[in-house]
Design a protein around this ligand. Structure first.
Ligand code: SF4
Length: 380
């Protein structure tokens, strides 16, 4: 099989794997019979084109949701590390892609597979002196020294937990060990960041770590997913969690399970950002009886409806942490409001609009110089 054909096969399902920036990722559609590329936003805000691929689509594991699980009948492909590095560098030099996200099916165990990923990264960095963005996947069962090696070479490393706890993972991937194979590498990454000097690391700083959950595949609640995410942020320095809604794949044990609505994935992103960036606690999230968020209303608005109705916040004097709680006002909006109100009092919704705030959304929950602005009552 030619290198081009292999790359088409290896990237063919990678649109299912998010790896982008801070916004809720939108899974782009892909053209059949093409090499799939996507986009990522780097921590410095730069957008780059990304080659998301596997080194091999052969896998000895049998995760219930995965198109690459062993025994599933489809055409598979494999690259050797040196071959793959050459192909990627060709694409990179031709301006087709600026960065790479490298994962793999598991062959001969997690340790051997991780070695193949690391060998590819070494060749890219040392032989081809590749300076660009490199996101490496840590395989289930990889060793601590391999996690450290990945962190010395990459801009970002990921360990996909897939489910929020041991019990739920059993429903998705009965042969993956939640604590030993998946949680431990995330813990090691944080240990390495805290205990070892980053001076040998790529660009002199340790890379960020991220994880991914398959949402709805194990009938888990939003509370379970967000509770694990919150702990990972707090205890293991996780930069972000990706929430990928479950979509059934033919010829897998979960092929007859219903797909998870896209709205659920989006609500989880919104809630996780509220906890990570807006000062909300897990307990404040507006969960319903079953531990799930409402699909129809974004969680910040649902919180405001419960907590700010009848108690509007004065825009001209509220501290930063209270401004952040108002629907329609994000971290940037808070900063512009604080700057603007030092110059003069804000008395009109149009002034907020000019500052980049979603003034109509904020209107029911604010006072402008002691006066509640006129707003249309919500139908619901
Ligand atoms: S180990 Fe990874 S590639 Fe293999 S079946 Fe499980 S999720 Fe798929």
């Amino acid at each position: 099989m030619s290198e081009l054909e292999r790359l088409k096969l290896l990237t063919s399902q990678m649109h299912l794997e998010p790896s982008g920036g801070d916004e809720c990722p939108k899974l782009s559609s892909r053209k059949e019979d093409s090499i799939y590329t996507s986009h990522a936003t780097l921590p410095n805000g730069k957008h780059i084109s990304l080659l998301k691929t596997l080194l091999t689509s052969v896998c000895e594991r049998d995760c219930f949701y995965c198109p690459f699980r062993q025994g599933r009948d489809f055409r598979r492909a494999t690259f050797r590390p040196d071959e793959f590095a050459k192909v990627f560098m060709y694409m990179h030099k031709a301006g087709m892609v600026e960065g790479i996200f490298l994962s793999s099916g598991v062959i001969n165990g997690g340790i051997y597979t991780q070695d193949q990923i690391l060998a590819t990264a070494e060749i890219l960095r040392r032989k081809h002196t590749y300076q660009g963005y490199l996101h490496l996947k840590v395989m289930p069962g990889a060793q601590k020294a391999q996690v450290e090696q990945a962190m010395l070479l990459a801009d970002r490393v990921s360990v996909n937990l897939e489910a929020p706890n041991t019990q739920r993972l059993k429903q998705l991937a009965p042969h993956k060990e939640f604590t030993e194979e998946l949680l431990k590498p995330l813990h090691w990454a944080e240990q390495i960041r805290k205990e070892k000097s980053p001076h040998k690391a790529w660009k002199g700083t340790w890379p960020s770590t991220v994880t991914q959950f398959v949402v709805g595949g194990a009938d888990e609640s939003d509370l379970e997913l967000l509770s694990t995410t919150e702990k990972l942020h707090r205890q293991m320095g996780l930069t972000r969690a990706y929430f990928s809604r479950f979509n059934p794949i033919s010829d897998t044990p979960l092929e007859n399970k219903s797909p998870t609505p896209l709205e659920r994935q989006n609500r989880l992103y919104q809630a996780s950002f509220l906890i990570r960036d807006y000062g909300f606690t897990l307990e404040e999230m507006p969960f319903e009886g079953e531990g799930n968020l409402l699909l129809e209303v974004d969680p910040k608005l649902a919180w405001a409806q419960r907590n700010l109705t009848g108690q509007p916040i004065e825009i001209n004097s509220a501290p930063r942490h209270l401004l952040l709680r108002i629907p329609g006002i994000g971290p940037k909006g808070v900063e512009t409001i604080i700057k603007a109100r030092r110059q003069s009092k804000l008395r009109d919704l149009s002034q907020l609009t000019k500052l980049g705030v979603m003034a109509r959304k904020a209107a029911p929950y604010i006072l402008l110089d002691g006066v509640q602005p006129a707003h249309q009552l919500s139908l619901f």
